[in-house]
Design a protein around this ligand. Structure first.
Ligand code: ARG
Length: 467
């Protein structure tokens, strides 16, 4: 088989005991360079700090350390300039860089890998990368929160039907609805921050799995790379990918929040609702139906949430059956995580743009509150407050009034006082004062309630909370 033929040469970095080379198929299944090359910066930073530490502990000479660091900086410049020749035969970013270092500085390059293995190296690189991703997610979410607060303030007294079961429930303010998402994204930021805190222990120096006999200083490298401390167990250091899982779990939950807002935008912007109009920047037209403005970006936010959840699942399943410590299965961690990070940052950016750009149609929102007996709860509350009946009785009376209005084909305020009194004689004309949606929302001043005054208070607090 031609595609299965042995390569002439064994890998020079690990091939000491191998006579032949790997097959083409082995090279293909084994190589991760196509996707892990994006770790080059983290890999070089990790190597430079490892090298400095080796020199400071006199494990390698100062002269060798300098040659290694200069070589690594040269490689970084080559990669950044697009002048680096990545090779699948060298498997991954770690070996590509080391092989190039050998070309540049000769055999001294081989000293860099003292007291280190690719296992602690990859865990370190990947943690550094996911740490940056946590910081980027935080920034992006903050921008989305700012957009939501702005809309909330503009629409603190814009009235919209609040739904349960997608049935008209009670009138709420659109600003309140926007701030509901603000809260979800606040918790998402806290989840990323929490994941980052737990992630921030340095695996470097755990070596292959057992630690090393060289007198290394793991505290030095941990500190230099911005970690809080070194990891406490060398086997755990090279075994777990829970930091990537935590990132993806936080991203999945957050993507679910994005997806729900996206779904609402799809509904709100349809011809039957017309609560909002999405901007040209985030919609497309139809090639056959000229009247259409399709909310593609919102639909894709909704769709891509599934993909992020899929990435989380993929790594969970990869990890669940692995004995300690490292197994090559774990190389599958990267594509899932990289894709989740890219996809997540894209949907947050798109959602931020959509929130900023959407036009709110106040009249349509208000009109939609005129159906569905949306102030029935206010009526029942009035019966409790003024007549003094228990809420359950008031609920029953209100139900009868709704049914009367339904028969008459009007809303609750379309009933006459006399008609209402056929159901409950103690009702007075004062009841009409609570039937307007304006009064309904204005009355809900309980902490965290939907009253415009509360929304303005919460929006002001939100600005302080975003940090
Ligand atoms: N490319 C590998 C990965 O992504 C690096 C670690 C390889 N370690 C090993 N023992 N083969 O996980």
């Amino acid at each position: 088989m031609t595609d299965n033929k042995q390569k002439a040469k064994a890998n020079t970095l690990w091939g000491g005991r191998f006579e032949g080379g790997v097959s083409d198929i082995m090279e293909k299944i084994n190589a991760s360079i196509d996707f892990d090359k994006i770790l080059y910066r983290q890999d070089i930073e990790g190597s430079i700090e490892h090298c400095k530490m080796l020199a400071s502990k006199a494990i390698i000479s100062g002269e060798d350390a300098k040659a290694i660091q200069d070589g690594l900086r040269q490689i970084e410049a080559e990669i950044e300039a697009g002048d680096f020749n990545f090779s699948a035969a060298l498997e991954d970013i770690h070996m590509n860089i080391e092989a190039r270092l050998t070309e540049i500085i000769g055999a001294t390059a081989g000293r860099l890998h003292t007291a280190r293995s690719r296992n602690d190296q990859v865990a370190t690189d990947f943690k550094l990368w996911v740490r940056d991703a946590c910081d980027q997610a935080d920034e992006a979410l903050k921008a989305l929160q700012i957009a939501l607060i702005e809309k909330a303030e503009q629409h603190a007294d814009t009235i919209i039907p609040g739904f349960t079961h997608l049935q008209s429930a009670q009138p709420v303010t659109f600003g309140h609805h926007m701030l509901a998402y603000f809260e979800m994204f606040s918790r998402d930021r806290a989840r990323f921050a929490d994941a980052r805190k737990r992630l921030n222990e340095c695996p470097l120096g755990a070596a292959a799995l057992a630690g090393t006999s060289f007198p290394i200083d793991r505290h030095q490298t941990a500190e230099a790379l911005g970690f809080d401390r070194p990891t406490a167990n060398s086997m755990d250091s090279v075994s777990d990918r829970d930091f990537a899982l935590e990132f993806m779990a936080a991203a999945s939950i957050s993507a679910v929040h994005v997806s729900r807002l996206a779904e609402e935008m799809v509904t709100w912007s349809c011809a039957q609702f017309k609560f909002i109009e999405m901007s040209d920047s985030f919609t497309t037209g139809s090639s056959i139906m000229p009247q259409k403005r399709n909310p593609d970006a919102a639909e894709l936010c909704r769709g891509k949430a599934g993909r992020i959840i899929g990435s989380l699942n993929s790594l969970l399943i990869t990890m669940k059956g692995l004995a300690l410590t490292f197994s090559k299965d774990m190389q599958e961690d990267k594509e899932a995580t990289f894709d989740a990070v890219d996809t997540y940052s894209l949907i947050i950016a798109a959602m931020t743009g959509m929130v900023e750009d959407m036009t709110v149609n106040k009249d349509k929102m208000l009109e939609a509150t005129e159906v569905g007996f949306i102030t029935a709860t206010d009526l029942a509350d009035w019966v409790v407050r003024v007549i003094g009946l228990p809420f359950r009785n008031a609920h029953h009376i209100t139900g009868s009034l709704v049914s009367l209005a339904e028969k008459k084909g009007c809303d609750l305020d379309g009933l006459t006082l006399a008609e209402m009194q056929t159901i409950e004689p103690l009702i007075t004309k004062d009841i009409f004062s609570v039937l307007s949606v304006e009064n309904s929302v204005a009355s809900r001043v309980s902490y965290g309630g939907t009253a415009p005054s509360e929304v303005m208070k919460q929006a002001a607090l939100a600005k302080e909370r975003i940090g």
